[in-house]
Ligand binder design. Structure first.
Ligand SMILES: Nc1ncnc2c1ncn2[C@@H]1O[C@H](COP(=O)(O)OP(=O)(O)OP(=O)(O)O)[C@@H](O)[C@H]1O
Ligand SMILES: [Mg+2]
Length: 283
């Protein structure tokens, strides 16, 4: 990150991303880890914060489960300093994890506590990625509260899309940005996209999802064994297998997060999505 001022070692405030969804099990944790690792690999200083103990927890997906000593709740309750709870990745040195409490009650996450932690993280990291629990409960609203950017993870199926619409409503009303009358930047990440099932009509088509949700598309991540294999060895797919289709899709998503305007490839289709819309030849 650029330093501001000549002599001053003052850094610009980092950006807070919430990775959220209405429906559970759609790929939030997988995507938080993959995007965080991809951003860090590109040189940014990144922390991924676990707000949930989900199906497959963030520390597991990032291969750090045996290194967890303190967690977010410990920091909030003053039992540990932030620096004691942060776990630095062994592969990418600018990548950190702040783990979730495995045992304690979720009520221990207080709004004031979360605010303190996020504020401290923003001062020290370029990106603060909050892996949210699914749904509209308190944990999810706490995770999205400080976000500048929301990534709404959606699978191409009716129930997931419908629940995403609900989350979009929350993002526009319950976040700090919304309270200040500002708009939170929203991106759609379509995950677990299976071209064969889309072809058969078992899944919604990309255009249908976009039409219903009408938020900009950050990327389409194909359903892939590469994701499971990476997760089983405790690695974000963007670190385990950089050349795999899901990894490339996550790296492209990161470029779009950084403001690049590059065409979205629909898995199974040769031509990029923009080229399809504008009738140009794929690059
Ligand atoms: N692109 C993919 N291809 C294949 N499997 C995937 C893909 N993305 C995620 N998965 C698998 O789907 C399951 C759910 O993923 P994940 O835990 O990331 O979802 P989640 O939204 O965080 O779930 P929860 O709501 O419980 O927190 C995991 O087993 C994960 O490995
Ligand atoms: Mg999860």
């Amino acid at each position: 990150m650029e330093m501001t001022g000549a002599g001053e070692q003052e850094r610009e405030m980092g950006k807070v991303i919430v990775v959220t969804s209405g429906k559970g099990g759609v790929g939030k944790t997988t995507s938080s880890a993959a995007l965080g690792a991809a951003l860090a690999k590109n040189g940014a200083k990144v922390v991924v914060v676990d707000f949930d103990v989900g199906l497959r927890n963030l520390d597991l997906v990032m291969g750090a489960e045996r290194r967890v000593v303190y967690d977010l709740v410990n920091v909030i309750q003053g039992d540990a300093k932030l620096t004691q709870a942060l776990i630095r990745d062994k592969r990418v040195e600018s990548l950190y994890l702040l783990p979730a409490s495995q045992t304690r009650d979720k009520d221990n996450l207080t709004a004031e506590g979360v605010e303190k932690v996020i504020t401290a993280l923003k001062k020290n990291f370029d990106w603060v990625i909050c892996d949210s629990p699914a749904g509209i409960e308190r944990g999810a609203t706490l995770a999205m509260r400080h976000a500048d950017i929301a990534i709404i993870v959606t699978n191409p199926e009716v129930s997931s899309v419908r629940d995403s619409d609900r989350i979009i409503g929350l993002l526009d009303s319950k976040t700090l940005k919304a309270e200040k009358g500002e708009r939170i930047e929203k991106h759609l990440l379509l995950t677990r996209y299976d071209p064969l099932r889309a072809e058969r009509g078992d899944m919604l088509k990309v255009d249908d999802v976009l039409e219903i949700l009408s938020i900009p598309l950050l990327g389409i991540i194909p359903e892939s064994m590469d994701v499971l294999r990476a997760s089983n060895v405790g690695s974000p797919v963007t670190l385990a297998d950089g050349d795999s289709a899901p990894s490339r899709a996550y790296f492209d998503a990161v470029r779009r997060l950084n403001g690049e305007d590059i065409p979205v490839t629909v898995p199974g289709e040769k031509r990029g999505f923009f080229s399809k819309i504008f009738g140009r030849k794929a690059a």
